[in-house]
Write a protein that binds this ligand. Structure first.
Ligand code: GLN
Length: 239
């Protein structure tokens, strides 16, 4: 079995080292004997979505989001078809905001990809915090760090999780992220996947099942250190 990961615009959307999330996906595949390759696309590259199994759209500052937004209009149709065909996507922070129809900032309007029924507007101050979520996709809580000026509204979409600690999508509703088909969007940036192997495996499993059939299973890995770190964070902020 083989997984091809498409990393979209790491030259612009790589705030807080989203490349580490790609490495995590690759290693978790390789440890199981699954071949994994990554194709990094720069702004002027042509993207053939039919050759991709997981797409990662990383974080970026408002300025960088503004720069990629023109390009997004060109790839919107193909990206939408990929999503509707159950293609797997992980979109983080600035990339998460770009999944929606727009991100309105004081500097202007950033048109999004319109792949998920959601939108973002800049609010007063930034939401900066450690964050813990309980997602109904997993037993183990999702842990991470958020830092965003945008407030995201997901309309009737399913959130990734309920905020146990931190701010989440808009600092008010108590929810974080979005799940739409095989797309996950979240504000948790930095080492999201190394800290949350359950999320990394969700992406890998859904990509493999789409490609090779629903009976594909993932062999377990030794995640004892990750689990210990997760428990430590939960103890620190929830108790
Ligand atoms: N520019 C966006 C915001 O501040 C996202 C920032 C980020 O990717 N950390 O809301």
């Amino acid at each position: 079995m083989k997984i091809t990961i498409g990393h979209l615009y790491p030259d612009l959307l790589n705030l807080y080292g989203d490349r580490g999330n790609i490495q995590c996906l690759m290693r978790r595949c390789q440890w199981r004997g699954i071949e994994a390759e990554t194709i990094a696309f720069e702004l002027n590259d042509t993207i053939d979505f039919s050759g991709l199994d997981i797409v990662l759209l990383g974080g970026g500052s408002d300025r960088e989001q503004m720069l990629v937004c023109e390009k997004l209009k060109e790839i919107q149709k193909d990206f939408k078809a990929y999503v509707e065909d159950n293609g797997v996507v992980i979109a983080i922070c600035g990339g998460y905001q770009l999944l929606g129809s727009y991100y309105k900032t004081d500097q202007g309007m950033i048109t999004g990809l319109d792949l998920v029924d959601m939108y973002t507007e800049q609010g007063e101050g930034r939401l900066i915090s450690n964050i813990i979520l309980q997602s109904d996709l997993f037993e183990m809580p999702i842990v991470g760090f958020e830092n965003h000026g945008g407030r995201t509204f997901i309309n009737n979409c399913k959130p990734l999780g309920k905020v146990l600690y931190g701010s989440g999508n808009d600092g008010e509703t108590g929810y974080e992220g979005v799940v739409y088909k095989n797309v996950i969007g979240t504000y948790l940036h930095g080492p999201l996947l190394p800290k949350n192997p359950q999320l990394a495996d969700w992406l890998i499993l859904h990509a493999l099942q789409k490609k090779y059939g629903s009976d594909v299973e993932l062999s377990p890995l030794d995640d004892s250190q990750e689990k210990e770190a997760n428990e430590y964070i939960c103890q620190r902020f929830l108790k």
